[in-house]
Design a protein around this ligand. Structure first.
Ligand SMILES: [Mg+2]
Length: 305
């Protein structure tokens, strides 16, 4: 087995970049942190494109449409178009339309961005926005359901509450009703070491109530890569996945046979990677990256030469 966790430096960077046609970037913690670009990241991405590499952005965040991502990317200096962006709001809509061939409405625990992406593929939804509690338990169990709802989709929803949880349970009591989750990230890290609950918490609550497991769209699920690969004919062996999380980005890369690069500007540390490498546990070995950099800015010299 080739050595893992290699620190990238001069000649190895050139060798790695020469060996790939496409580069997939996670966003938060990789190319930006919150609303600020990682120093040098825009130059890296723009030069990769100039050097003929195909660049795509893969993010588990379900709160933005492709359009919204492109606006943010361009504002921060990245050369990008909507077709380059694969977020879980978009990929969930693609899944329901093209894979599940959904013929009906979605009960959506999610954001306006998810509603928009569903609309873009012609799928109607109900459920976005606040859903205040009324009545008593027997009313909740007999809450009127929309007979056209054929799927429950769970993404990030700042209005998540008991009533939504109950509605999802009632829809999912029908075994024919599809159950899709955007991602399982349990926490959203913020600057200064703070964090807020992520979609994974909401999804777990719905799974627990419904006593069913959701089909998950986001990384490390293979569907996210398939979504890009099918459309653009990517060769996994000639694709590099760059991410800041071992349990999503790097595991996706391993699951799909991609080369993997961990950048230390986000969630995971080199010590985390090393602990997985020494664990001897097959599942954890999938979370060991091929290469490690402090920041993707380390790719710059090789691209400028
Ligand atoms: Mg990230």
């Amino acid at each position: 087995m080739a050595s893992k966790c290699r620190r990238l430096s001069g000649p190895i960077i050139r060798e790695l970049l020469d060996s790939v046609e496409s580069v997939l970037f996670d966003c938060d913690g990789v190319i930006w942190r919150g609303d600020e670009a990682v120093t040098g990241a825009a130059d890296v991405i723009n030069l990769l494109k100039k050097n003929g590499k195909r660049v795509f952005f893969l993010t588990n965040n379900s709160t933005k449409t492709r359009r919204m991502y492109v606006d943010k990317l361009r504002k921060l200096g990245f050369n990008a178009s909507e077709e380059d962006v694969f977020g879980t709001a978009f990929c969930s809509a693609v899944y329901l339309k093209s894979e599940a061939k959904l013929n009906g409405k979605v009960y959506l625990i999610g954001s306006n961005a998810m509603k928009q992406e569903l609309q873009n593929v012609g799928i109607p939804q109900v459920g976005v926005g606040p859903d205040p509690i009324t009545g008593v338990q027997i009313d909740w169990a007999n809450i009127p359901l929309d007979p056209e709802v054929k799927a429950v989709v769970v993404g990030f929803d700042e209005h998540f509450n008991y009533m939504k949880l109950n509605r999802a349970l009632q829809y999912l009591s029908n075994p024919e009703c599809l159950f899709v989750g955007t991602n399982t990230d349990t926490r959203l890290p913020l600057e200064g070491g703070k964090a807020v609950p992520g979609t994974g918490c909401l999804l777990k609550a719905v799974e627990t109530a419904a006593q069913r497991q959701a089909l998950v769209i986001g990384k490390p699920s293979k569907f996210m890569f398939d979504c890009v690969a099918r459309q653009y004919g990517l060769d996994p062996a000639k694709t590099l996945m760059v991410g800041d999380r071992l349990d999503t980005d790097i595991l996706l890369g391993s699951n799909c046979g991609l080369k993997t690069l961990l950048t230390l500007t986000g969630v995971s540390t080199a010590a985390d990677a090393e602990a997985h490498r020494c664990s001897g546990c097959p599942l954890r070995l999938g979370m060991v990256p091929d290469y490690i950099v402090e920041s993707i800015a380390e790719l710059l010299p090789a691209l400028q030469a």
